[in-house]
Design a protein around this ligand. Structure first.
Ligand code: SF4
Length: 700
């Protein structure tokens, strides 16, 4: 046996000695697989069903590896909430099983930390005096200065809800700042976290941060990094890596970008001004900088609002694709407007020109006043401008993707306030292979990495190539713990094309009736997952009053809604995409999971059309090569929300008639855990539920 495995075995023995721990052979099997990847410096894929205890199965080898081999590891998961769970719960427990502990740190994006400068210098807009007082108090007691800590503080102080809103946005660390020339730099939450992350042997973070780091290394040719060099990368919730990478690489010109550019320029000028001492020359310099920022803001606004795109468009349409042959494919042929691309180019190039002008004029202004500044002021000014330059250059480069997209699609679409131009990559596998997988060995894990029992779809989409793959067996007894309800044919009609289709009202009405019956059966305690917000609202409007609380996604922060759902046992949560994955509510608060519709993506968006065109160009069927594997994976994810522990029981209802009536419906069902009894009669389902609940020693 290897030294690494010996150390992990010893930790497992200590774990088994703790009360309440049930040994799980499958957890050890996973830990062994992870050890082999670390020792062999080889990448691995592992599908670990819910209940394996995968966090511990990777953290024990990670800790042993960093202690034995003096290696640095990064552990990434999809969301901030999951990363915090690793940091506050799983990692401390795993560390407690070792006699020595390696250094560890949590690293998240800038906007997850509070800026001391904003709080201490009262840079918040119109914040009530009392709330400002709380902010000052919190900033002097906070350990990490993260949003979760702030929210906990607010809860303890019983701060009124309206006060909470928007405060974080105002105190979050800006996209750039004067950094080491800030008077709070030494105690700055963000820079302290970065210093800890750069030195720690184990860093816990999220996918967005790992990808931002990879983008930064790419842009600066490896001269700048947030995470520093590391020897092994662990990606949990790896099924979300495709979405996370697409989001990291996509880019839009819209109102949000405009505000970001304007704020970046204004903050740069303010931060430079704040490094200067009050003196005549400094006042002149400051005023010139403020004028530059104001003129920049005015010109950028003119560029974005002057375009006449809104008059041309009433729906989104692709305007440029790469490779260019995609435009000739059936999926795009009738939905492609290359004549609109010059308008996008004009806007993107004008913004690029404004960014270049601003940086040049800022430098010229600085040169004019340079001789009148002290040496420290010169140093601070140059360092601050450089900090902001990196952000401007990133936007400049991204604007280039709208001018000449690389392996992607550029489209325009109307918005409530005007229009937006977007770029998204069509494939991310090459980029991930070059900038992530080729740099160090990685372990990618999730409860749903395979489609039809194979890793092929995941490997293709993410560009991972490895012979080391493992599918761990199911842990839960789904035949005992779960029943599946599919309504008989005709109860719910086929989903309408959109909310305005003639068949939409009857579809929503029938859906509302079925959901009402299912909620009555379990007295609430349900998670209802919809394919779109619109469908969720249409169905909700048609439901009668019920004797339990219905929480709707959008009525509050997801974290707050999740908490309320867990605390109020009979409550019901209506959610869309973000609740399909990663949501965890073990126990009797969730015994009824309703999946309203197979979550196919809307096929007529420019991005989906371009994806279809790409498959058509390769002679493949886009539905079978992309849409179907995606929904098989998402249905497995959604399904996985119900049974979180071996003591959980409950029902899953899939209300989409296509599961019964289309040939691919059987394929979707085959991807769910095996051995589940299927019911098409609500009375029979109610009897199963009653017996299952009684078997657990509970009452309905
Ligand atoms: S260093 Fe930057 S983020 Fe930190 S307190 Fe100062 S201005 Fe805020």
């Amino acid at each position: 046996m290897s030294n690494l495995w010996n150390a992990v075995e010893a930790a497992f023995r200590r774990l088994e000695a703790t009360s309440g721990y049930e040994p799980r052979p499958v957890q050890r099997e996973m830990a062994r697989f992870v050890c082999e990847r670390m020792e062999g410096k080889s990448t691995g894929l592992i599908e670990a069903p819910t209940g394996v205890g995968k966090s511990l199965a990777v953290l024990l080898p990670a800790i042993a590896y960093s202690l034995n081999e003096k290696r640095r590891l990064v552990v990434s998961t999809y969301t901030n909430v999951l990363a915090e769970q690793y940091w506050r719960k799983d990692l401390p427990f795993a560390l407690s099983l070792f006699p020595n502990a390696p250094s560890a740190a949590l690293a998240m994006g800038r906007n997850r930390y509070a800026c001391l400068d904003a709080i201490r210098n009262n840079k918040m807009k119109a914040t009530p005096v009392e709330l400002a007082k709380f902010l000052h108090e919190w900033s002097s007691v906070a350990q990490e200065g993260v949003e979760a800590e702030w929210e906990e503080f607010l809860r303890r102080k019983a701060i009124p809800q309206p006060w909470k809103r928007d405060v974080w946005e105002q105190i979050a660390v800006p996209s750039a700042c004067r950094a080491r020339f800030c008077p709070y730099y030494q105690n700055c939450f963000y820079y302290q976290a970065r210093r800890r992350a750069a030195e720690a042997a184990i860093v816990i973070t999220n996918h967005a941060f790992v990808l931002t780091d990879a983008l930064m290394r790419e842009a600066t040719e490896d001269s700048t990094s947030l995470l520093g060099e590391y020897d092994f990368l662990i990606i949990d919730e790896a099924h979300d890596m495709l979405d996370a990478t697409t989001s990291a690489l996509e880019f839009s010109i819209d109102a949000a970008l405009l505000e970001k550019l304007i704020a970046h320029a204004a903050t740069m000028m303010n931060q430079v001004s704040e490094t200067l001492q009050a003196q005549d020359s400094a006042v002149g310099f400051t005023m010139s900088l403020q004028k530059l920022a104001q003129e920049f803001a005015g010109r950028c606004r003119d560029i974005v609002t002057v375009s006449n795109l809104p008059k041309i468009l009433d729906t989104g349409i692709a305007v440029r694709v790469a490779p260019a042959e995609l435009a000739d494919m059936p999926a795009l042929r009738t939905a492609f407007r290359p004549d609109l691309h010059p308008l996008v180019v004009q806007v993107a190039q004008s913004l690029q020109a404004e960014i270049s002008n601003l940086l040049r004029e800022t430098n010229q202004t600085y040169q004019t006043y340079k001789s009148q500044l002290t040496e420290r002021e010169r140093e601070a000014t140059e360092a601050t401008i450089q900090q902001f330059r990196v952000g401007f250059e990133q936007i400049y480069r991204s604007l280039g993707q709208l001018i000449e997209p690389s392996e992607g699609v550029c489209w325009v679409e109307p918005t409530a306030n005007g229009w937006k131009a977007c770029y998204a990559p069509l494939i991310v596998s090459g980029w991930l292979q070059e900038h992530l997988w080729s740099r160090q060995p990685s372990l990618l894990m999730s409860a749903t990495l395979t489609v039809d029992g194979r890793f092929q779809f995941f490997e293709q989409q993410l560009g991972v190539q490895t012979p080391h793959k493992r599918i761990l067996p199911q842990v839960f007894d789904y035949s005992r713990q779960c029943a599946l309800y599919l309504p008989p044919s005709g109860v719910i009609p086929a989903p309408p094309a959109n909310a305005h289709a003639p068949d939409a009202p009857i579809y929503y009405q029938r859906m509302a009736e079925q959901i009402t019956q299912l909620l009555t059966l379990t007295q609430g305690r349900a998670l209802v997952l919809f394919a779109s917000r619109q469908e969720m609202q249409q169905v909700r409007q048609r439901m009668p009053p019920l004797p339990f609380r219905i929480l709707m996604q959008g009525d509050g922060a997801n974290a707050d809604l999740s908490k309320q759902f867990r605390e109020d046992v009979h409550s019901v949560l209506f959610g869309v995409r973000s609740f399909w994955t990663g949501f965890d509510a073990p126990g009797e608060t969730l015994v009824n999971l309703i999946l309203t519709r197979i979550p196919f993506e809307v096929p007529t968006t420019p991005l989906q059309r371009a994806r279809q065109a790409r498959y058509e160009l390769q002679g493949e069927d886009a539905f079978r090569a992309w849409s179907l594997p995606m929904v098989k994976q998402q249905m497995r994810q959604g399904f996985g929300r119900l049974i979180r522990r071996s003591s959980d029981v409950g029902i899953v209802a899939i209300l989409d008639p296509r599961v019964r009536e289309r040939s691919y419906g059987r394929e979707i069902l085959n991807n769910l855990p095996h051995g589940i009894a299927i019911y098409d009669c609500l009375d029979a389902l109610a009897r199963w539920y009653e017996l299952a609940i009684h078997a657990q020693g509970k009452t309905v």
